[in-house]
Structures are given as structure tokens and as C-alpha cells.
Design a binder for this molecule. Structure first.
Ligand code: DGY
Length: 328
């Protein structure tokens, strides 16, 4: 009798997806959804052949210290700044993520947050709930900023950034972008987007949206100096990762109204939110939900499970990050 491989599912997943995994593997699950301590994570990784994790699990040398039989850690997430990829490669542990399946859902949400921020939608709702709406008024009801025919600046022009650009075209927006690598002429044309350096983009854009992956280089990519370049009427939306914006500097700018408003789906040190941001009405806050539709979350779990099963069967996982392990 062949024994089933053992896997860790580090956070809660949909119960029927868990049952499917349990048919194929011995599963250590965490349906209570309590984030493991580093010691708990290291101990679990020591006894499994593969793991499905999320951004809350940091996979580094210390987490892998006792993981002698671990072949793969599959992130249920496209971003993988929770992985120390060189440490994983050194430990011969495959690293995978979930690109593509969440692109449109995340681009939709980026646009929703952009609109909510520019048109003060959540602030208006609070205004009604607080009993402040006693009459319709041309001038006293919350007045926002237009999206249509304004300039959208996208920082980070990967798949999601390009999805946002294509949606912006439908609103008659001018799209400018900044990216480490300039797009091909054909891709620029498809997105109707013009390349700018970061500083010029910040000066020219009416709305700025951040979609860059987090890394040491993108830490505080937007701080006090960068915010100071933006128009006082501009909005800033972050759907990328906490730490790309200096949240303290942003809160100070929003308080001083040196920019109009911000929309944030991600935060430095989340799930904690900078206390100054919580006091402000010109910021729309969301709990890291850009990819959060059931259909997309299921697709992310399915892709992560496909990556995991490929690795455990000795095949190349479809979204392998440390490709050198495959060639080795
Ligand atoms: C992603 O896939 O990177 C989302 O932010 C969820 O972590």
C-alpha cells in the first residue's frame, strides 16, 4: 500500500476544497484560521511534503530549518513577498504563486476603489448614517473629483496594471504609467498608455494607483517627498502591498489636505492600520480584498493545489517561481 503524501494547509479554505485535498493527501489543516506562530509553522513544515500557504506565512530559512522532506510551498496569492525565494531555492523547496486567475477581479477592485475614493462614496455613506443628510444641496453634499477625462497614473504595469488601464479607456481617461521595464509598443497601444518617469507621473496625474510588487526596492516608493509632488486635487490608491506607501506620511498629507483623498486596500503591518488613517474621512479603507470574490478565491486555491500536486508527482508546477530548481 502506498502512503499518501502529507500536506499542510496553513489557513482556512472552502470546506469542499479541503475535502478534495483530503481525498489525495494526509492533511494538516487550520480551519480555525489562527495565524501560526513562527515556531508552529516551522514544526508543521518539518512533517510535511508540501504546503499551501498565504501571505501571512513567512517562508524563510528559519521556517525551513527542519523541513527535510518539504518539496513545495504553494502560495495562494500572486504576490510572494512572504517568500525568501533564495532561501527556498537553497533548501530545494519549490515556490509557486497564483498569477492570471485574479487579474480581472483585482483590476475591477482597483477601479472600484478609485471611484469610491474620488467620489467620496464611503464618506457619503457615513455622512448619511450619522444623520448629517438633512437636505439635498448643490454645494453642501460631498463633492468629489471626476474620473472621466482625467489623467490616471499607474505605477506598476504588469497584468493587473494593464487591466486597470484598459478599464480606464472606457472612462475616456488619459493613461500614463511608470514601470521598471517599459512595455512593448504594442502593449502600450493596447492600453492606450504613455510611459513617464515616476516624478513626472506624480506631477501630471489626477489619480495615481499603485500596483507594484513589494520588495526592498519598492519599500516606501511613495513617501512624503513623492506625495508632495502630487496635485492637491489628486487621489492615491494602493492595491499593491503595505509598505509601498509610507502610511504615516500619507496620513499627514491627507490631514493637511495636500492631496484630496486616498483609497487603501493594503497597509504597513496589516491587519493593523496606522491610527492616524483611522481618524480621517478622506481615506477609503478596505481589508486587503482586491481578489476577494468567491469565484476568484476558489480559482486561486485550485491553481495552488495544481502547483502542489504537480510538484509532489515530480512534474513542473505551472507557476513555478524558482525555475532553476526545475533545470537542476
Ligand atoms: C495577492 O494575490 O497577492 C493578493 O494580494 C492576496 O494576497
Amino acid at each position: 500500500m502506498t502512503t499518501k503524501p502529507t500536506i499542510l494547509v496553513a489557513r482556512a479554505i472552502f470546506p469542499d476544497d479541503l475535502v478534495k485535498l483530503q481525498d489525495r493527501y494526509e492533511v494538516i489543516s487550520n480551519q480555525a484560521d489562527q495565524v501560526f506562530t513562527p515556531d508552529e509553522l516551522r514544526n508543521h513544515l518539518a512533517s510535511v511534503d508540501g504546503a499551501l500557504v498565504t501571505g501571512s506565512e513567512r517562508i524563510d530559512q528559519s521556517a525551513l530549518a527542519d523541513a527535510k522532506r518539504l518539496k513545495i510551498v504553494a502560495n495562494i496569492s500572486v504576490g510572494y513577498n512572504n517568500f525568501d525565494v533564495p532561501a527556498m531555492t537553497a533548501a530545494k523547496v519549490m515556490a509557486t504563486n497564483t498569477p492570471d486567475v485574479l487579474t480581472d477581479t483585482t483590476a475591477d477592485f482597483g477601479f472600484a476603489l478609485l471611484m469610491a475614493t474620488a467620489r467620496r462614496i464611503t464618506e457619503s455613506e457615513h455622512w448619511i448614517r450619522n444623520g448629517q443628510w438633512d437636505k439635498w444641496s448643490i454645494v453642501h453634499n460631498p463633492l468629489g473629483m471626476d474620473l472621466h477625462h482625467s489623467t490616471l497614473g499607474i505605477i506598476g504595469m504588469g497584468r493587473i496594471g494593464q487591466g486597470i488601464a484598459k478599464r480606464a479607456l472606457g472612462f475616456g481617461m488619459r493613461v500614463v504609467y511608470h514601470n521598471r521595464k517599459r512595455l512593448s509598443e504594442a502593449d502600450e497601444k493596447a492600453c492606450g498608455a504613455r510611459y513617464l518617469d515616476k516624478e513626472t507621473l506624480l506631477r501630471e496625474a489626477d489619480h495615481v494607483i499603485l500596483v507594484v510588487p513589494y520588495s526592498a526596492e519598492s519599500h516606501h516608493l511613495i513617501g512624503a517627498k513623492e506625495i508632495a509632488l502630487m496635485k492637491p486635487t489628486a487621489t492615491l490608491v494602493n492595491i499593491a502591498r503595505g509598505g509601498i506607501v509610507d502610511d504615516a506620511a500619507l496620513a499627514a498629507a491627507l490631514k493637511a489636505k495636500t492631496i484630496f483623498a486616498a483609497g487603501l486596500d493594503v497597509f504597513e503591518g496589516e491587519p493593523k492600520v496606522h491610527p492616524e488613517l483611522l481618524k480621517l474621512s478622506n481615506v477609503v479603507l478596505a481589508p486587503h480584498i482586491a481578489s476577494a470574490t468567491e469565484k476568484t478565491r476558489r480559482a486561486m486555491i485550485a491553481l495552488a493545489a495544481e502547483n502542489l500536486s504537480a510538484a509532489l508527482e515530480g512534474k513542473r508546477p505551472p507557476s513555478l517561481i524558482n525555475t532553476e530548481l526545475w533545470q537542476a
